[in-house]
Design a protein around this ligand. Structure first.
Ligand code: A3P
Length: 261
């Protein structure tokens, strides 16, 4: 921009939109919304609130389009975005690398079997009358004895190593941070401490226990306040759903195929 514009920006007076420095790339149903909402508590982080899907759906719209979907930031603030389908979409690692090979990547991982059930729960909430989980997860539909249907989305997404391999063709492992979806629930402050001390983000430790309280009605940690709201609130109704009971033999069989991380 012009010298005046650069001056104002330098003084921290002129917010501008930048391409993201860090991305939450997945995994779907891992706890990606929780991580995004928690990290946005940090004064040096600004994030897009919705999933932009630039690298998987709207790549042909170009970087200018993408940048305009980012929030305005001041000098020194990190820009972030989360779209969980990035992790599993073939073309995405190369495209992110083309934008900026120094992009920091965050992945929320969760036990892949629970993740599959969570994924199924979400899909079936939108499609009443869907077959049972056990019938969809196995090829012959019998559950406990059948072959795992690896082409079924909820299973396929959980083969983390396969997707990760593609990312590692483009980015060094050190540039990726794996956040535990389980720990984000049982001890959000401790997991957020890990995120904040991660050198690549270079954040000060600001998010602590004080930001969270456990809401026993919801059964999940909730926020005391956030950028948008000064009163206590939880994530939306679609986060922290009740899962259906799945036949134990089917869970065990699936667990052999999708070992815990
Ligand atoms: P369930 O709804 O199956 O329990 P994502 O945001 O990636 O779609 O992940 C959704 C999952 O985030 C939820 O799956 C839930 O288990 C988890 N989660 C983690 N922290 C949460 C929180 N504080 N409130 C609600 N859900 C949370």
């Amino acid at each position: 921009g012009s010298p005046k514009y650069r001056f104002l920006r330098h003084q921290g007076l002129r917010p501008t939109r930048k391409l993201p420095d860090a991305l939450i790339i997945g995994v779907k149903k891992g706890g990606t919304r929780a991580l995004l909402e928690f990290i946005r508590l940090h004064p040096d982080v600004r994030a897009a609130g919705s999933e932009i899907h630039f690298f998987d759906r709207f790549h042909d719209k170009g970087f200018q389009w993408y940048r305009h979907h980012m929030p305005p930031t001041l000098e020194g603030q990190l820009t972030m975005e989360k779209t969980p389908s990035y992790f599993v979409t073939r073309e995405v690692p190369q495209r992110v690398h083309e934008m900026n090979p120094a992009t920091k990547l965050l992945v929320v991982v969760r036990d892949p079997v629970t993740r599959a059930i969570s994924d199924y729960t979400q899909v079936s909430s939108k499609k009443p009358g869907m077959l049972r989980f056990e019938e969809l997860a196995f090829l012959n539909g019998t559950g406990g004895s059948g072959l795992v249907d690896t082409s079924w989305g909820p299973v396929k997404i959980g083969v983390y190593a396969r997707h990760l391999e593609r990312w590692l063709h483009c980015f060094p492992l050190e540039q990726m941070l794996f956040v535990s979806g389980e720990r984000l629930i049982v001890d959000p402050a401790a997991e957020m401490a890990r995120v904040q001390v991660w050198d690549f983000l270079g954040l000060k430790q600001v998010i602590t226990e004080k930001h969270f309280y456990f809401n026993s009605t919801k059964g999940f940690p909730c926020l005391m306040k956030s950028e948008g709201r000064s009163t206590p609130h939880c994530l939306g109704k679609t986060k922290g759903r009740n899962h259906p009971n799945i036949d134990t033999a089917a869970v065990e069989r699936l667990r052999e195929f999708l070992p815990p991380i």
